[in-house]
Design a binder for this molecule. Structure first.
Ligand SMILES: C[S@@+](CC[C@H](N)C(=O)[O-])C[C@H]1O[C@@H](n2cnc3c(N)ncnc32)[C@H](O)[C@@H]1O
Length: 248
C-alpha cells in the first residue's frame, strides 16, 4: 500500500516509520510511504504557507496554493486515489473505517496545522475527512501516523501471526480477551488454570467468554445481542452470572 503524506512538519515521521512493524513492512515492500513538505511548493521568497483569516480572529490558516500544488505535482490534477484530510470535523476513525480504507492501494493524507486549512482545500481537493476522536490536537501528523499504523497491520503478510490481528479488539465486534505470559505465579496472582492445561477447545471457549464479558462490562454499546450465536449468548450469560455472584 502506498501513502503520500502532505505536511508542514516532515521531520515528525521518520522515527515512527523506521521502527518495529512499520519498518519491517517497508523493508518487505508491503508499505510505501512518501512524506512531502508542503513548504517546498510555496512560491514566495519566504516559503510562506499560512496567512491571516479573512474576517479577522486569532490564529493562522494554511494557504490554498501550496497544498494544491503539492498534491497535484505528486498525484496529478485529478488524483485517482482518495485524498484524505485529517480533521476533528471528519468522520470518526474506527476499526471499520480502517477496514474500509485498507481496500485502497493508495491514499493521500493531508495534515493540517494552526487553525486549519482554507476551506477551498476541503471543497475542491479533499475526498474524505477523518477525525481520530472528539478532541483537538495541534496538527494532523499524529492522526496520519495512527491511520497508517492501523491500516498497515491489516495488510496481508505484515503481522507475523495473521491470527493475532483477527483476535484484536473490534475485529469481530468484541474487545480482545485477557492475555498472560510467564511467570505462571506472581506472588498470589495465578494465570487462569484453563490456559495451562493444553485443552484447546476449553481455551477457545474461555477466551470467547472473556471477550464477550469484557465487551459487556466495558463497551456494551458494541454488543449487538441479535448477532450473537447461541454459543456466544450462553457464554455471555455464564459470564454475567459469575460476575454477579462475585460482586454480591
Ligand atoms: C488546531 S487543529 C485545527 C482545529 C480546527 N480549528 C477545528 O476546530 O476544527 C490543527 C490541525 O490538527 C489536526 N487535528 C486536530 N485534531 C484532530 C483530530 N481529532 N483528528 C484529526 N485531525 C486533527 C487537523 O489536521 C487540523 O487541521
Amino acid at each position: 500500500m502506498q501513502f503520500d503524506i502532505f505536511t508542514l512538519f516532515p521531520e515528525i515521521f521518520p522515527s515512527y516509520f523506521d521502527s518495529s512493524i512499520l519498518k519491517r513492512a517497508r523493508q518487505r515492500g508491503l508499505l510505501h510511504v512518501d512524506v512531502h513538505n508542503i513548504r517546498d511548493w510555496a512560491v514566495d521568497r519566504h516559503h510562506v504557507t499560512d496567512d491571516l483569516p479573512y474576517g479577522g480572529g486569532g490564529g493562522m490558516i494554511m494557504k490554498v496554493e501550496p497544498v494544491f500544488s503539492a498534491v497535484e505535482s505528486i498525484l496529478g490534477t485529478s488524483p485517482s486515489c482518495p485524498v484524505v484530510m485529517l480533521t476533528p470535523q471528519g468522520r470518526v476513525f474506527t476499526q471499520k473505517v480502517a477496514e474500509e480504507l485498507v481496500q485502497y492501494s493508495h491514499l493521500a493524507l493531508i495534515c493540517g496545522r494552526y487553525e486549519g486549512v482554507d476551506e477551498r482545500i476541503r471543497e475542491h481537493l479533499v475526498t474524505d475527512e477523518i477525525s481520530i476522536g472528539d478532541f483537538v490536537l495541534t496538527g494532523g501528523e499524529l492522526p496520519a501516523l495512527m491511520l497508517v499504523d492501523a491500516l498497515t497491520r491489516l495488510l496481508p503478510g505484515v503481522l507475523g501471526d495473521e491470527e493475532s490481528a483477527q483476535q484484536d479488539s473490534f475485529m469481530a465486534g468484541l474487545l480482545d480477551h485477557p492475555h498472560y505470559t510467564r511467570p505462571e505465579q506472581l506472588s498470589h496472582q495465578m494465570v487462569p488454570e484453563v490456559l495451562l492445561g493444553g485443552d484447546h477447545e476449553a481455551i477457545r471457549k474461555w477466551r470467547l467468554k472473556q471477550s464477550l464479558g469484557r465487551t459487556w462490562l466495558r463497551r456494551p454499546d458494541l454488543l449487538i445481542m441479535e448477532t450473537l450465536s447461541d454459543e456466544q449468548k450462553a457464554l455471555l450469560e455464564q459470564f454475567i452470572a459469575e460476575f454477579r455472584q462475585e460482586v454480591k
